[in-house]
Design a protein around this ligand. Structure first.
Ligand code: NAD
Length: 260
């Protein structure tokens, strides 16, 4: 049980992030959810999380591409709960284009959100975790933290960077009861994956079916999309006492992709 613990999950109004929030709330944790979307739908999710946990759920609409907004989100969590025991850096976006056409603003956005935001949340969360002598930092990295695909230069760079950051944090916090790990999914069926199909169709001159079978699931030996619940269950395990000696690891949940 995670009763009495507080979890902050970035990018949790949708997809994998929302599944983490549901899983952690299901174990009784307070949760701070973050991300964009329809205000009414987000409020309904927030209320459902409180009902599931019997604890508190807060919403932060902060834009994590901006350092001052990350600081404001972490302050919101600290003001409400004292600090964050479980930090899940999950917010991320994708852009698919050949390097010579890759829009500079998309590069900057992806590095800011998928990589820099995890540095900022971690530097702000670690003091409280050190003081409590307990903490869990979990990154949603990606199979693209271990291997590359064409046309995803910014994303692959950010995720490889996240893997390095995580190992460094793990070493610095190892004697404080804190663990830092990456979960690296393959293709998970979420709005992010659905959204990149049109650009991949354009970049590779393929139909929707060809992108699904020959690009996305081509790299996944199980020929199945990973589910958000399977990713969330891995995070729950990392939060347990059984996982107290798993730190600095990069755990693949990728249907065998990176075994190839
Ligand atoms: P998603 O698009 O469903 O969710 C992304 C979340 O990030 C949303 O809540 C969105 O509102 C939020 N967000 C976007 N921009 C933001 C910003 N500037 N500030 C704060 N929040 C912002 O995507 P998902 O597929 O659930 O992806 C979640 C994470 O998992 C990402 O880091 C992604 O790289 C990673 N991942 C996804 C897959 C996959 O196949 N879906 C595979 C490997 C890794």
């Amino acid at each position: 049980t995670l009763t009495g613990k507080t979890a902050l999950i970035t990018g949790s109004t949708s997809g994998i992030g929302l599944a983490y929030a549901k899983a952690l709330a299901g174990e009784g944790a307070n949760v701070v959810i973050n991300g964009f979307g329809d205000a009414t739908a987000i409020e309904a999710e927030r209320v459902a999380l409180e009902q599931a946990s019997g604890a508190k759920a807060l919403y932060s609409g902060h834009d994590l591409t901006k350092t001052d907004e990350i600081e404001a989100m972490m302050k919101q969590a600290a003001d409400a709960f004292g600090g964050v025991d479980i930090l899940i850096n999950n917010a991320g976006v994708q852009h698919v284009a050949p390097i010579e056409e890759f829009p500079v603003d998309k590069w900057n956005l992806i590095i800011a959100l998928n990589l820099n935001s995890a540095f900022h949340t971690s530097r702000l969360a670690v003091p409280y975790m050190k003081q409590k002598k307990w903490g869990r930092i979990i990154q949603t990295a990606s199979a693209h933290s271990l291997t590359a695909s064409p046309f995803k230069s910014a994303y692959v760079t950010a995720k490889h960077g996240l893997a390095g950051l995580t190992k460094t944090i793990a070493l610095e916090t190892a004697t404080f009861g804190i663990t830092a790990n990456c979960i690296s999914p393959g293709y998970v069926w979420t709005p992010l994956v659905e959204g990149q199909i049109p650009d991949t169709m354009k970049a590779r001159n393929m139909t929707r079916e060809q992108v699904m079978n020959d690009v996305l699931l081509a790299s996944q030996p199980t020929k199945q999309f990973v589910t958000v619940e399977q990713v969330a269950a891995t995070a729950l395990f990392l939060c347990s006492d059984a996982a107290a000696n798993i730190t600095g690891a990069n755990i693949s949940v990728d249907g065998g992709w990176t075994a190839q």
